[in-house]
Design a binder for this molecule. Structure first.
Ligand code: DX5
Ligand code: ZN
Length: 220
């Protein structure tokens, strides 16, 4: 499976979000990571479905990977799918009925993912792995960009890689938070194949140069 770079627009200049997305895709980003925060599940507030719809209307046709950090989550699953989401990932803590919420994502025609916080056990995967298209490992506590990568993620990453391989299913293994030029190679070598990157791309001078330097490290 090709390793996908997923720039997170949480770190972009929101006054010109459409242009930012076009630039980062032209510079080599593969898919767009769209962080939705509600000041309830996490202590920050970001974008709603209207913003996603505007991005689609602006002509962005790439995969949009919606990461929902909200509670309650079900009504927003429906709204984001209508607004143009391709992937929808939810946190198990944000729903009372995880299986039902995953079914809802699939019935809306989107790929379904679970996001695992740094202190959340992998046990939650046991009964739903058959329904998953994406497992997203949080390598920071959700809520903000620009935080440091939590090293215990590596141990977890190996465990999830094994679970996925054993399942014999095509499941993306996504890592989100604190990825930069110094750790990207290690994260990928531990088995991740979607790498979410916020500040390391958007706070750099040249998206093209940064993405190229990252991509150069992903040849194994
Ligand atoms: C954190 C978000 C991340 C964040 C990553 O809650 O889910 O997607 O934007 O940003 P960096 O790469 O700066 O840690
Ligand atoms: Zn995210």
């Amino acid at each position: 499976m090709k390793i996908l770079l997923a720039p997170s627009i949480l770190s972009a200049d929101c006054s010109r979000i459409g242009e930012e997305i076009k630039n980062v895709l032209k510079s080599g980003g593969d898919i767009i990571h769209f962080d939705v925060m509600d000041n309830h599940y996490v202590p920050n507030l970001t974008f709603g479905p209207m913003v996603l719809q505007s991005i689609r209307n602006f002509g962005i046709t790439s995969i949009i990977d919606v990461h929902l950090m909200v509670t309650p989550v079900d009504s927003l699953i429906v709204q984001f799918s209508k607004a143009g989401a391709d992937f929808i990932t939810i946190h198990p803590e944000s729903t009372n009925h995880l299986d039902r919420s995953l079914e809802l994502i699939k019935s809306c025609g989107c790929k379904a993912g679970i996001a695992i916080n740094p202190a959340t056990s992998l046990g939650v995967l046991e009964y739903v792995i058959e329904k998953l298209d994406i497992i997203l490992l949080m390598s920071v506590n959700p809520g903000f960009s620009g935080q440091e990568f939590i090293p215990s993620t590596f141990k977890k990453l190996l465990k999830v890689r094994k679970l996925i391989d054993k399942s014999n299913r095509k499941i993306f293994l996504e890592v989100d938070g604190g990825i930069n030029l110094t750790n990207i190679q290690k994260v990928a070598s531990y088995g991740a194949n979607i790498l979410v990157i916020g500040s390391a791309i958007f706070k750099s001078k040249s998206y093209l140069k940064t993405i190229k330097e990252m991509r150069d490290q992903l040849v194994f």
